[in-house]
Design a protein around this ligand. Sequence first.
Ligand SMILES: [Zn+2]
Length: 329
Amino acid sequence: MTRTETVDTVPAWGVVGHDWAVALLARALTERHTAHAYLFSGPPGIGKTTLARAFAQALNCEAPPRCGTCRACQLIARDAHPDVRVLARPADKKNLGIEDIKALREEVALKPVEARHKVYLLREAEDLSEPAANALLKTLEEPPPGVVLLLTTCDANLLLPTIVSRCQHFRLRPVPWAAVVAHLEHTCGVPRGEAERLATLSEGQIGWATRAAQEPALLAARQEQAALLETALGSTTLERLRLAADLAERWTTAPASVREALATWRRWWREQLRASLAGQPVAFEAEVCWRALDRVQQAIDDLDANVNARLALEALLLALPRRPGGRHG
Ligand SMILES: [Zn+2]
């Protein structure tokens, strides 16, 4: 991708980076052939819920296509509209259970209070328990008129295929770099240079980039994690083993922080790969980046599978390439 492309400063429906999806949904609305169920899939933080909410607004806006300022649009933006319900797994529960879906099914049958469409936004649908997913299927099979179900998930493979097949499926990609920069610069007022730095670290996670622009601690944590990797790439075997031991110890007390560090490392390699493929000057060839990416993913999978953390992290640190000019030994 080139970094000189121009980007609209005011994106349609206020949704950054998914113009094609907004265009398709808008056309379905004007041609009056909206589906009764939609699935928005893609990595975390890229704007799936933002798009779903904007669509709920478009379905019910008092000044179509989607003004963003009428009573319906404002209530929906605050998740306070009586006919637009947002469901997600409670933080203290493992799943969204059958009781939640049963309640939804009873409610779905009632007429809307004031809206044209009753909308149910089910976030992270992969968190549905199996009985809940089966109960939801019944609603998807025969939804009452005027009801629209919107599902989001980070990975459609985690859902029952029968659920996916009953939805119109939008596969969303990370937000393009230039669109993240434009959003940070024009909407959030972030100076150009910083917007570019944040966009690179965000790897298309517009939600993270927007938060990090306001919370420097988020940015600092990600930079620290990247610095740790960059140091390791220039260090000796012994130093790498020490870092693996440190991380393994941290894994026992604060596993989330190790997970975040590895996710940052994965982003770091993807960015190197992207730059390398774009012909920009980077320290590593694309082939080396691919292999490193693979190793980081392997370590993440191993930790998730409860492989001995020290072994998994040592294997990763020893397999990572040495930066040209790095110290041997
Ligand atoms: Zn409106």
